[in-house]
Design a protein around this ligand. Sequence first.
Ligand SMILES: Cc1cc2nc3c(=O)[nH]c(=O)nc-3n(C[C@H](O)[C@H](O)[C@H](O)COP(=O)(O)OP(=O)(O)OC[C@H]3O[C@@H](n4cnc5c(N)ncnc54)[C@H](O)[C@@H]3O)c2cc1C
Length: 222
Amino acid sequence: MYEFSWHMSNVGESHPLLGPLSEIVGVHHVADEDFVRRSYTRGPFQVLGGGSRGRVPGIVVRPADSDQVARIMRLANESLTPVVPKGGGGSAAAFPPHHVGHDGNILLDTTRLNRIDIDREAMTVTAQSGAILSNVQAEARKRGLHFFAVDVPVHMDTIGGVCSGFLGGGEPSDVATAGPMNAYLLGLTVVLPTGLVVRTGGGRAPTCGSRRHCTARRAVPT
Ligand SMILES: Cc1cc2nc3c(=O)[nH]c(=O)nc-3n(C[C@H](O)[C@H](O)[C@H](O)COP(=O)(O)OP(=O)(O)OC[C@H]3O[C@@H](n4cnc5c(N)ncnc54)[C@H](O)[C@@H]3O)c2cc1C
């Protein structure tokens, strides 16, 4: 159990998890400097004059794989430190949310979780949660496939952000024909708050939400 008492007014002091987090992801992928933490509070709607600036996180960490994410979550669980994941930052709400945790929060930036593997034969994509939608689309197109993305800012939104964010899978403009992105998921690797890694699915055909969704899927590859 880690001792944890740190708050924003402790300017000049290191976050208590700086050392343990650096051991997990390396010193170049953890930051508790004020200017870094504040840069993570800016969302697109705030820039446009709407919405509000989110809660300033206590420390920012950028893992590279699910093993590192699991170790971060175990550490957070032991020290009772709230964790807020951040994908592309395209969320329409204030980010990070004000109602989560305290000023010592860990902000888990998924930017480095950006691997994209395409199986041309099976017509499937296996991507890490921080993969940007337009990058996945570009990789699919190189192989003559079409990756369906809902009506979101595709150059900033991530797979993880869209699947966990607004409406649980994105609200498509053509919802009647294509359905939300979650309807296309074949399997997930999920790190639970305890650090336990759970794998679901396994490449089987997804359950069709409706006859229209099935039709749309057949039409997806080009
Ligand atoms: C101009 C504009 C237009 C938009 N239009 C639409 C639209 O038409 N339809 C629609 O559905 N949405 C729309 N959005 C909203 C946006 O697409 C969603 O909020 C989406 O979830 C953002 O994805 P992101 O990767 O940027 O996630 P972030 O903004 O970084 O995070 C969104 C939420 O998901 C959580 N999260 C992120 N990554 C993970 C992860 N790997 N694991 C667990 N939780 C995670 C975050 O903690 C946060 O709560 C729009 C946004 C903008 C700015």
